[in-house]
Design a protein around this ligand. Structure first.
Ligand code: SF4
Ligand code: SF4
Length: 470
C-alpha cells in the first residue's frame, strides 16, 4: 500500500479583526451577577468594565461559538445575539457570507466546521448548487477512508497520456511514453492577481511546497526569497518570452503559457523549444470564453499536455459583454470534457479548472464534471482574513496588520485550509465508494443534476401542456 498522504493541521488563530456572523451584546438590564462567566467555557464573558471588577465587561464576540447557553441561562434575559451588519454585507450573489466564516474556521484548525441541527439551506441553486453527489456507498460498514481503514488516494497525474500502446510484430513497444508528474492532492494554487505583502507571498509558496503541490506565479514575481521552493512553482510566461526565461525553465517542473491565438498554430514547435531547454511539462492557460471547448480540443489535438481553463472569480465565462447567459463553472467544465470525449482525445490531456472554486465540495463536483484537478486563489486569501465584496465591483480588502504576521503562521493557516478540504474530499470519495481521485473525473453517472431530474420528472408533463395550449 502506498504511503498515506497526510496534511498536518495545527490550531493557528489569527489575531486580526474579522467578520462574525452574530454579535453578542449585553443589555442595560444586566445585574452583574456573573452567571454568564461561569456558563461560557470560551470565556466570552469577563468582569472588569473600565477596570471595575463589580461590572461586566463587553462580551468578546471573537471567542463566542454561538452555543447560546449564556443567553438561555441569564436570569435577566440581558444577553442578545443578532446578525452582524458587516457579515451581511460581505461577498455577494456568489460568495455568500457563510462561505467566509467557513473558510476562516477551516484555516484556524484544519477541521470541517459543523453547523449543527441539519441543513437548513436551499436544495438547489445556480452552478455547483444544482448538483449533488451520489453517496449511496455511505452505508457500507467498511467505508472509512478518512480514518485509514481503507486506502483512498487523492493523487492525480499531470501530463500527456496515451490512450493506447503500439507494439511491433516482435512485441516491442513502439509508443513513446510521455513524462507525467503526480501530485498528492487535486488542488494547485493559482496565481493571485492581488498585490500580496511579501510574507503572504512567501507563505503561499511554502505552503504549496509543504503540501507537495504547486503554485502558479507570474515569472516576474519569482524572486530570490522563494527560489528555494522552485520545484513547487509554475512560472506563468508569454510564449514570446521563452528565450528570456530559459534560466527559470531549467529549474522548474512545469511552465505555464498564457494562451493567445498564435499558440494554436505553433504549439508543437513551442513545446519542442521548451523541452530542449528542460524536460518540463507545459500548461496552456486559457480564459473560459464562449468557444473555449473548441479551442481546448484543437490544443489537445495539437499535442497539448495540460490545459488550464480559467473562469472568472464567480465561476462564470469570461466575457466582456454584459451577457446574462454566461455559463457557470459546472457547465463550462462539462462542455470542455464532453467535447474532448466526442473528439476522442479526453484521456490524453490533463484539464485544470479554476474560477469560482469557493468551497471544499466544489473540488469533487468540478472533477465529476470533467476536470482532472482544480486551481484556487481567493479561498487562500479569505483564509487569511481577506474580505471580498462583489458589488458594485470586485474589491478585496486585506485585514490591517496581515503584513506583519509571521510567515509560519500564514503558511500553517493555508495548510489547515487544505487539510480541511482534503478531509472532505476523502469523505465524499469514501461515501461514493471511489478509491482514487482520478476516477472522479467525468464520472457524471455518480452525480445528480437538478436540471436533469427536474426535466425527467416534470419535463414531459409541461411539454404536453405547452403543446396542448398551442
Ligand atoms: S448572567 Fe445576565 S445578568 Fe448576570 S452578569 Fe451575565 S448578562 Fe448580566
Ligand atoms: S453563546 Fe455560548 S460561546 Fe457565545 S458567549 Fe454565550 S455561552 Fe459563550
Amino acid at each position: 500500500m502506498p504511503k498515506k498522504y497526510h496534511i498536518h493541521s495545527k490550531v493557528t488563530p489569527l489575531n486580526l479583526d474579522y467578520v462574525f456572523k452574530f454579535k453578542i451584546e449585553r443589555g442595560e438590564n444586566c445585574i452583574n451577577c456573573g452567571k454568564c462567566t461561569k456558563v461560557c467555557i470560551y470565556e466570552a464573558h469577563k468582569r472588569g468594565k473600565d477596570g471595575d471588577t463589580r461590572k461586566m465587561a463587553d462580551p468578546n464576540t471573537v471567542v463566542c461559538k454561538n452555543c447560546f447557553r449564556c443567553i438561555q441561562e441569564c436570569p435577566r434575559g440581558a444577553l442578545e445575539k443578532s446578525l452582524d451588519k458587516d457579515f451581511l454585507n460581505i461577498g455577494g450573489g456568489y460568495w455568500k457570507p457563510d462561505m467566509f466564516i467557513t473558510l476562516w474556521k477551516q484555516a484556524e484548525d484544519g477541521k470541517v466546521p459543523v453547523t449543527g441541527a441539519g441543513y437548513r439551506g436551499p436544495f438547489t441553486g445556480p452552478g455547483f448548487d444544482s448538483m449533488w453527489t451520489d453517496m449511496s456507498e455511505i452505508v457500507r460498514p467498511t467505508r472509512d477512508g478518512i480514518h485509514g481503514r481503507e486506502y483512498i488516494s487523492t493523487s492525480v497525474e499531470l501530463g500527456r497520456k496515451l490512450n493506447h500502446l503500439t507494439f511491433d510484430e516482435k512485441g516491442k513497444l513502439l509508443s513513446k511514453i510521455h513524462d507525467t508528474i503526480d501530485i498528492p492532492i487535486p488542488i494547485i494554487f493559482d496565481f493571485p492577481k492581488e498585490n500580496l505583502s511579501p510574507n503572504v507571498k512567501v507563505a503561499l509558496v511554502r505552503a504549496a511546497a509543504e503540501l507537495n503541490t504547486c503554485i502558479v506565479l507570474s515569472a516576474d514575481d519569482i524572486k530570490a526569497d522563494i527560489k528555494k521552493y522552485i520545484k513547487n512553482i509554475i512560472p506563468l510566461i508569454s510564449h514570446k518570452e521563452i528565450d528570456k526565461h530559459q534560466g527559470l525553465i531549467k529549474s522548474v517542473r512545469f511552465v505555464a503559457l498564457d494562451y493567445d491565438e498564435e499558440i494554436l498554430s505553433t504549439l508543437p514547435a513551442l513545446q519542442d523549444k521548451i523541452k530542449k531547454i528542460n524536460n518540463v511539462l507545459t500548461i496552456i492557460r486559457i480564459p473560459a470564453t464562449k468557444s473555449v471547448e473548441a479551442i481546448v480540443s484543437k490544443l489537445a489535438q495539437s499535442g497539448a499536455e495540460i490545459i488550464h481553463v480559467v473562469a472568472d472569480y464567480r465561476g462564470q465565462e469570461n466575457n466582456d459583454s454584459a451577457d446574462q447567459n454566461r455559463r457557470l463553472a459546472k457547465d463550462i467544465i462539462r462542455a470542455v470534457h464532453l467535447k474532448l470525449v466526442e473528439d476522442r482525445i479526453r484521456d490524453e490531456v490533463t484539464i485544470i479548472f479554476s474560477g469560482g472554486i469557493a468551497m471544499a465540495e466544489h473540488v469533487p463536483k468540478a472533477m465529476l464534471c470533467g476536470a482532472d484537478l482544480i486551481a484556487i486563489d481567493l479561498p487562500l486569501l479569505i483564509a487569511l482574513g481577506a474580505r471580498l465584496y462583489e458589488e458594485p465591483e470586485k474589491i478585496i480588502v486585506f485585514p490591517e496588520g496581515l503584513e506583519k504576521i509571521a510567515v509560519r503562521t500564514v503558511m500553517q493557516r493555508i495548510i489547515n485550509l487544505m487539510g480541511a478540504w482534503h478531509s472532505q474530499l476523502l469523505e465524499v470519495m469514501g461515501a461514493m465508494g471511489i478509491r482514487e481521485a482520478r476516477r472522479l473525473r467525468g464520472e457524471t453517472g455518480r452525480a445528480i443534476f437538478f436540471e436533469e431530474i427536474d426535466n425527467d420528472t416534470f419535463g414531459k408533463l409541461f411539454k404536453k401542456r405547452e403543446t396542448a395550449n398551442i
